[in-house]
Design a protein around this ligand. Structure first.
Ligand code: SAM
Length: 457
């Protein structure tokens, strides 16, 4: 792997940069594979990986849910991957957990914005850490990337999320709304050179400078939406000071932000980078098991007044619709609303926020879509099959590994369901999706766009 001289020279003097060790680490492609488990589906923090019994695990030091795997399995052919039991995520990125747990009171109902959320690594991580009555707004400006973000959020199964498709400037109108804003900024991407050689050809000093300007624009656009005393978490996967420390210095000097520090053991290998007004945390692949990453945290010091919104109204489900849905849902403080023909379950706390956000933002998805009522019957949506709202003893059929893969490939199934009608296909008790068993055939309702395309390993 040949790294541009101009790139290496630009990193000289950067805290923690050791040219020889850095070059050595870049002579081999990244071999670390890490996953973060879904606490809603794998209770506790222990990784259960039944199809890969030969693989050994090791904890990612800075995340209670993160594990390194001894080798990369075929995630595509693991039904647990499709059931949302874990998310494959680069280990350094999981450091977000330290910022959230050390700086925010996660036991409280918080409003959190993940501004650049696709494909959903940080958003699903945030979901795992916040309380049930908290709200996560997962935003993605590029519409085509909202679909993969939504798929990943649906798979995660917890419904306290609103997915939006807005430019950062749209959040200006939500003055003082969020307790925490996470800006995982688009960047020049040098931290991922070991994973993506193509990125090396796209790197230039000019691009670093353009990215730095864009990062400032994004932060300036979104900062009014943070409450007084709220936390701004800023991260990139770039090693360049212009996109990392310089942004922190700018935030503290130009705006009313105070830099926050985190407590981290020196054994983790993370470099604490102290500038004149701010502190950031650097990840180098020659110092720890992870790729290049940077994170810094700030507390807002203004007296921003929270905007008072006039909430819009929404149609609630009728008594008949509620009766049709009841056999599928766990009891809880849920509201059932009807929009665009879909019935959606939202927590009471989420509904209030949703009705405030609706007139301001472009909402792509929210809560848990339950399905549509047609001819007095519920046609269930995929989101319900993988949701934590689904009743444990809802009609379902347990399948063996081969049938589970066939189901995920959207093929015909050779199974004998115990009853007719809509039911969940489960593999080792984990919901994968829906079938409708008719007297003469079984219809496979696994979403077409999510199906496994490969025929075999
Ligand atoms: N947070 C994501 C995760 O953990 O899976 C990764 C986010 S990625 C580093 C940066 C994101 O910024 C991309 O999804 C990209 O589409 C989005 N983006 C690109 N231009 C942007 C802009 N001008 N404002 C905000 N986000 C932007």
């Amino acid at each position: 792997m040949q790294l541009p001289e101009v790139f290496l020279n630009s990193l000289e003097g950067t805290p923690g940069f050791d040219r020889t060790a850095f070059l050595l680490a870049h002579q081999v492609p990244s071999t670390y594979v890490s996953v973060r488990i879904n606490p809603f589906k794998q209770p506790g923090t222990k990784l259960v990986f039944p199809n890969f019994s030969h693989i050994t695990f090791e904890n990612v030091p800075w995340s209670k849910y993160g594990y390194y795997l001894s080798e990369r399995p075929s995630f595509t052919f693991d039904p647990f991957f499709h059931a949302g039991l874990y998310y494959v995520q680069e280990a350094s990125s999981m450091f977000l957990e330290q910022a959230l747990t050390q700086l925010a009171d996660l036991s409280q109902p918080l409003k959190i914005l993940d501004l650049s959320a696709a494909p959903g690594g940080k958003a699903t991580h945030i979901q795992s850490l916040i309380s049930n009555d908290s709200l996560l707004v997962a935003n993605e400006v590029i519409k085509s990337r909202c679909a993969v973000l939504t798929d990943n959020i649906i798979k995660w199964g917890s419904g306290n999320v609103v997915i939006t498709n807005n430019d950062p400037s749209a959040f200006k109108n939500l003055t003082g709304y969020f307790d925490v804003i996470v800006v995982d900024a688009p960047c020049s991407g040098s931290g991922l050179f070991r994973k993506d050689k193509e990125a090396i050809n796209e790197w230039s000093l000019n691009n670093v400078s353009l990215c730095s300007q864009r990062q400032q624009r994004i932060l300036a656009d979104v900062m009014p939406a943070l409450k007084d005393d709220g936390i701004m978490i800023y991260s990139t996967c770039s090693y360049s000071k212009e996109e990392d420390e310089a942004i922190g210095e700018w935030l503290v000097q130009e705006f009313e932000f105070k830099s926050e520090t985190l407590k981290i053991p020196s054994t983790w290998g993370i470099v604490e980078s102290k500038s004149k007004h701010s502190t950031g945390y650097r990840f180098y692949p020659d110092k720890l098991k992870g790729e290049g990453f940077f994170l810094s945290c700030f507390r807002k010091q203004t007296t921003e007044r929270e905007t008072k919104f006039k909430p819009v109204s929404v149609e609630k489900a009728s008594a008949t619709e509620k009766d049709l849905i009841r056999p599928w849902l766990r009891n809880g403080a849920l509201e059932l609303i009807r929009e665009d023909g879909n019935l959606t379950a939202v927590s009471t706390a989420l509904l209030e926020n949703y009705l405030q956000l609706k007139p301001v933002l472009k909402i792509f998805y929210k809560g848990t879509v339950i399905g549509q009522v047609m001819k007095n019957k519920l046609v269930p949506h995929h989101a319900l099959a993988v949701s934590t709202l689904l009743l444990e003893n809802a009609p379902s059929v347990e399948v063996a590994y081969e049938e589970a893969i066939k189901f995920l490939q959207r093929q015909e199934l050779q199974i004998q369901p115990p009853t007719q009608g809509w039911q969940i296909v489960r593999y080792k008790n984990q919901g994968l999706g829906w079938i409708n068993a008719l007297p003469n055939r079984i219809n496979n309702y696994y979403p077409k766009e999510m199906r496994i395309l490969k025929q075999s390993l």
